[in-house]
Design a protein around this ligand. Structure first.
Ligand code: DX5
Ligand code: ZN
Length: 226
């Protein structure tokens, strides 16, 4: 699976999050990182699962027309299963659902795969890794939240580095080809230790789009990660 996403790097996959971009100019935001990003991370928030509201399938479809990069859709909603078909049709390449809200997680993952979309499962900082144990053989990526979801620009929670390390060990012991994506508070100051801990898909919101030149920010982040 890594090859499918591996456009600009053989080591890590940088996933700029458009949550920190200008919402009146999302087309420009994705075009600006066309040559330096690997994946575009799209945060969907419903005002219930998290105390913030962002965007839905029509906006994703509009973004789809402006980039050929894979679109990674992070569903921070209480009813992800009801929305997966609409987001798949709108052009999602991955759909990531939170374990905390999926009563029938295994079924939801199968439904995502049946739509031809790569499935992932996210867990909040307060959710133990054990919540993933039964679903790991069925998914292509785990998203570890390294802040409490809802907003960009928050501070990285330091105990998450050890959680990444423990997940990496677990996945390697099982011999499963699963990406570890981390999301929240990652920037130039800590990307390297997170990659060393075992993360390989790195979401960057404010560390990319709050900078004057998002493309240059990604180049810097990629070299800082080594
Ligand atoms: C937060 C979102 C993140 C957010 C990260 O709930 O899931 O994807 O954009 O932003 P930064 O990198 O600024 O913490
Ligand atoms: Zn996210």
């Amino acid at each position: 699976m890594i090859d499918r996403y591996n456009k600009n790097s053989s080591e890590i996959l940088l996933c700029p999050s458009i949550l920190s971009a200008d919402f009146a100019a999302l087309g420009e935001a994705v075009e600006r990182v066309a040559d330096t990003a690997d994946i575009i991370h799209v945060d969907v928030m419903d005002g219930h699962f998290v105390p913030n509201l962002t965007l839905g399938p029509p906006v994703l479809a509009a973004i789809r027309k402006r980039t050929s990069l894979p679109l990674d859709v992070h569903l921070m909603v209480t009813n992800p299963t009801d929305l997966i078909e609409a987001f798949a049709q709108a052009g999602a390449d991955t759909l990531v659902v939170h374990a905390e809200v999926c009563t029938h997680l295994n079924r939801t993952i199968q439904q995502i795969r049946a739509l031809g979309v790569t499935p992932g499962v996210a867990i909040n900082p307060g959710t133990p890794l054990e919540a993933l144990d039964e679903i790991l053989p069925y998914i292509d990526m785990v998203l570890l939240m390294t802040v409490n979801p809802g907003f960009g620009g928050q501070k990285y929670i330091p105990t998450m580095t050890d959680k990444i390390r423990r997940l990496r060990r677990k996945i390697d012991d099982l011999g499963l080809p699963i990406h570890i994506q981390i999301d929240g508070g990652v920037g130039l100051d800590n990307i390297r230790e997170n990659v060393a801990a075992g993360a390989n898909m790195i979401v960057v919101g404010s560390a990319c789009y709050a900078r004057p030149d998002p493309a240059a920010a990604l180049v810097e982040l990629r070299s800082a990660a080594r």
